[in-house]
Design a protein around this ligand. Sequence first.
Ligand code: CP
Length: 308
Amino acid sequence: SQNLVSVEQFSNEDVMAYLKLAQAFKNGKTIELARPTFAMNLFFENSTRTHTSFEMAERRLGIQVIPFDPKTSSVTKGESLLDTLKTIQAIGVNLAVIRHPRDRYYQPLLDAGLSLSLINAGDGSGQHPSQSLLDMLTIFEEFGHFDGLKIAIVGDLAHSRVARSNMELLTQLGAKVYFGGPREWYGADFAQYGEYQEMDQLVTEMDVMMLLRVQHERLTQENNQAFDASAYHQAYGLTNERAARMPQHAIIMHPAPVNRGVELASDLVEAPQSRIFQQMTNGVYIRMAMIATVLAHQGLLSATQVEA
Ligand code: CP
C-alpha cells in the first residue's frame, strides 16, 4: 500500500515480506531512488526511538529529510492536520511520517486521497505499526517462526497502542497471547485475544515476556498520585526473582522508554535475555523496509528493488 497506518492492513505474507526486506537491509542491501525524494517527520507527541530511527532509515535510503517542529509550525495558528499535509505535498514532500495523540487521526488524511505517502508512527492509544513490525522481526530472529509461541503482554494495556498492534498481529501469525498487569487495564477488547494470568505463573511458561511502560502522561492526575512504583513492581513487574524462574530460552522485550525498577528490575534491561536494544536496532531496518515499500507504490523505486 502507499500508506501504512495500522497492522490490520498486513496479511501474514506482507509481514514476512517486511521482515525479509528488513533483514536484507540489515545485511547491507542498498537501493537507488528514481529521483530526489523528500520526507517530513511530523511528531505531535514526544519520541526518541521512533522519530530518530525513522530519520535514520530515511537518510540510509538516500531520502532528504525536511525538518518539522509542531511548536513553530502554523498548526499553532489553527491550521488543520489535513491542510498541513496538503501544504507539504504541494511543496514537494513525498513521505509524511506522523505521530499524533488523537486515535485514528489518519482517517481524514486517507479519505482526502493525498498523493504523498503516509506512515503512522503512533496514534493515541490506537496503533503503532512500525513498533509492531520491529517486534515481529526481533521475535522472528530469535525463534525463526511464530507458530505456537507463548507471548505475554504485561502492563499498561489500556493505554497501549503497542499492546493493541501486537496482540492483533501475533494472533494472526499463530502465536498464543497472554496478558498480565493490573486487572483493571485488562478490558473486554483484550480478553478476545488472550487470557489473563498472574506474573508468577506467566514467567515460568512464556517464550517472550513483553513488558509495557506505565504511561503516566495518559493516566488521570488522581491515578498518577495514587501510583506506587514499588508496589507495582512487586505485583506486576519482572523482578530479578521472577526473571530467574523464566525458561532458559525465554526473552525479555519492552518497546521503551523503560521506567527502570517499575516494569522490570533495572539491571534486567541489559541482561543476556533482554532484547530491548536489539528491538531499537531492528527499528531502523524495519522502517527502511516500510519506507521503501510505500515509495515503490509511488513509482520512486522499482518493484524488484523492494524484494529481499
Ligand atoms: N517505543 C517507542 O515508540 O519509543 P519512542 O516514544 O521514544 O518513539
